[in-house]
Design a protein around this ligand. Sequence first.
Ligand code: MTE
Length: 319
Amino acid sequence: MANIKIPKGWEIPENRITPESVYINRRKFIKDLGIVGAGALSLFGSSACAENKGVAKQLEAYQKEKLSAVKNENFTVTRPETKEIVAATYNNFYEFTSSKSTVWKRVERFKTRPWEIEITGHVEKPMTVDVDDLIKQMPLEERIYRFRCVETWAMVVPWVGFPMKALLEKVQPKSSAKYVRMETFFDPDVASHQNDARLPWPYVEGLTLAEAMNELTLMVVGIYGHILPPQHGAPLRLIAPWKYGFKSIKSITSIELTDKKPRNFWNVILPREYGFEANVNPKVPHPRWSQASEWMIGSMERYPTKIYNGYGEYVAHLY
Ligand code: MTE
């Protein structure tokens, strides 16, 4: 997404449906994002050594905060695991920056504890819970998932979390609940990109209730055996591994069960490029690039993209 550039053919329709000032500003933002695409690769360049030392130091603090979780052997993969330092320095977290390799630095002032999560809407038992209380209440497990970004990069990491189903069962969805709408924090003093009023902050994502209740859908509180560092969306994020990565919203503050389909962040910005469903599919190209193959961050190895990112046995029946 960082190298977004609207193709000529689409400029006219968007111009027609959007007020001109919003449209012009949005295009400028999208152009600004384009500049940083190349910067994302700097980690592999000559400054890599100093950068690695800085990240390693940052990660050390989080590595001490271990989480005890049962390894779920059903969720493992044959590809080599992505190195922690690689995953922690190639991030999308647009609240802070659109430069992937610098997110870990930009999150320095982001306080992820204490942190409350509100669960409301069409539920019998709405609740507000502190993330650490939630972690104590939930059965934590470790799952190694393939993760696929819509930009065609991929990684394999061990997440620590609990099924979203277990959380939703606590609040008891009403029969009128059809969707789950999730929202990220809003704090422009800390997350400087949130000062950009041209964008529909806070970041919002959604799932159908059936998707949210699926066995694969994980509420994640940790990675590589310890609590999440901020760049991965601490203290609580979603992981829906059969969908493109933008669905996996970070740093969740509220979960609302609704009867209407929520508009998700990227769908509001670029509706022709990013939909609500966003299931990984090699046969449906992004309007500006092919989705037929993917490359692993760190190794650059290429693999053919799998339908539903290889998780069809769990989710194909939903579609
Ligand atoms: N959540 C929020 N709040 N803000 C974001 O910018 N980016 C999404 C997703 N969740 C994003 C977000 C995208 S595009 C991807 S690919 C993944 O987070 C990246 O997760 P990672 O940085 O942990 O690899």
